[in-house]
Design a protein around this ligand. Structure first.
Ligand code: GLV
Ligand code: MN
Ligand code: MN
Length: 414
């Protein structure tokens, strides 16, 4: 199978970036336009009809021989974190394209239609809120989503309007009108690097996912009082950064003593931001995840109490804005078992894992059964330029996808 082709595509797409010397491709950026053009060309080569929807999702569709049959959705995201690796998201878009090209080469026509989607936003980098692409694809963007602003103050509404050259309300309605209906779908299958160490430890190239952890994200604003760093005595200060720092250490402590909880302050802006001025305002993100929603909710209560105490003791104001909330999502047992059979055929045994990372499947699960295939990545490293999945492991994943599509075809043949 065309594993060299897949590796070449991953390398080429890995150079399509908004920042020189590193891979950064965010929602509706110039690099995303170039990426969609490149991947759209590969989709066309594989025999797919290509369109881009109003929120920048790239969609390639191939009809099945049975016009009444349902549609299988495959895909992942084409946006990246800052200074990203080449595999997160892109593997799940490119691998299905190569699998469909392989079936075409073998002269296999599937009875059902397949739609391969490159979602335009999954990472939550630009607007500190993830899944804008998949929500837009399903016509689920809310008024609150459209009001979110990036670091330059541009709202999601404006970004979409500029990208699609249309009024955003109409654009979002148009997407909603074209969104697939549950009764027309067979399910959604996403291939993704594991982004963790389990497959490597188990010496397996691929595994299936049983569930995706629930996730809450916030933007916190701490307001104190800016002032002269040389003349304001320490007891008289209201230092917003010192408060945010104490909170960050507390976040780490709560996560460390709660089994399975992960919590991260990942981006922070200090204003006015000068060596000789006491920080007057700090805005930072907070990301909290756990496989059990009850544990995540209880941690959020503790974090809320911690922030209140720090604000009171330091004479600060603090404001929370929830930018994202997703409950834990279970993958479909039936679709996952089907994928597991292809995994067993390819590597002898399957393994089931819980995903701590969020995936487009979270949003798709509100519409249709989902399944995920994880691919081993070196050292479990991801969200890092050294992220790596070997061609051999990607080759196993490709064999699994082709086998899965053939088995689905047999099952749905009339
Ligand atoms: C997506 O990569 C996430 O943050 O889980
Ligand atoms: Mn991803
Ligand atoms: Mn990611």
């Amino acid at each position: 199978m065309k594993i060299d082709r897949l590796s070449g595509m991953l390398s080429e797409l890995g150079c399509v970036s908004d920042e020189p010397g590193k891979l950064t491709r965010t929602f509706l950026s110039p690099a995303m336009r170039r990426a969609n053009r490149l991947v759209g060309g590969w989709m066309k080569d594989a025999g797919l009809a290509v369109r881009e929807d109003a929120v920048g999702n790239l969609i390639g569709r191939i009809e099945g021989s049975d016009k009444k049959a349902k549609t299988l959705l495959l895909g992942s995201h084409l946006d990246t974190v800052r200074d990203a690796g080449r595999f997160d998201g892109t593997l799940g878009v490119l691998l299905p394209i190569v699998a469909l090209a392989e079936l075409k080469r073998r002269g296999v026509t599937l009875p059902f239609a397949v739609e391969v989607i490159g979602f335009s936003e999954e990472e939550g980098v630009r607007f500190a809120s993830a899944y804008i692409g998949s929500k837009g694809y399903l016509g689920l963007l809310t008024a609150a989503d459209l009001k979110l602003r990036d670091a330059e103050g541009t709202s999601v509404r404006k970004a979409i309007s500029e990208w699609s050259r249309g009024a955003p309300a109409a654009v979002v309605r148009r997407n909603a009108a074209r969104a697939p209906r549950p009764q027309d779908l067979l399910g959604y299958v996403e291939v993704h690097i594991e982004q963790g160490p389990v497959l490597e430890k188990e010496k397996l190239a691929v595994g299936v996912v049983s569930a995706i952890a629930g996730q809450s994200r916030f933007k916190l604003t701490w307001t104190g009082k800016a002032g002269h760093a040389g003349t304001t005595p320490m007891p008289l200060r209201h230092d917003a950064l010192a408060g945010a720092a104490e909170f960050t250490i507390g976040v780490e402590a709560i996560a460390r003593r709660t089994p399975g909880l992960v919590a991260t302050v990942g981006a922070l802006t200090v204003t006015p931001g000068a060596a000789n001025v006491i920080p007057g305002e700090v805005v930072h993100t907070l990301d909290v995840r756990h496989a059990r929603d009850a544990v995540r909710r209880s941690a959020l209560m503790q974090l809320g109490r911690l922030a209140t105490r720090i604000a009171r003791e330091r004479g600060l104001q603090r404001r929370w804005q929830r930018t994202q909330e997703n409950r834990a999502v279970a993958c479909s047992p039936a679709l996952t078992a089907q994928l597991g059979r292809s995994v067993e055929a390819a590597q002898g045994r399957s393994l089931s894992l819980v995903s701590g990372a969020g995936h487009d499947g979270v949003v798709l699960s509100s519409l249709t059964p989902i399944a995920m295939l994880f691919v081993r990545c070196h050292g479990g490293l991801s969200h890092h330029p050294d992220e790596y999945a070997s061609p051999a492991d990607c080759g196993v994943a490709l064999r699994v996808m082709v086998d899965f599509l053939e088995r689905m075809a047999q099952q749905h043949a009339r």
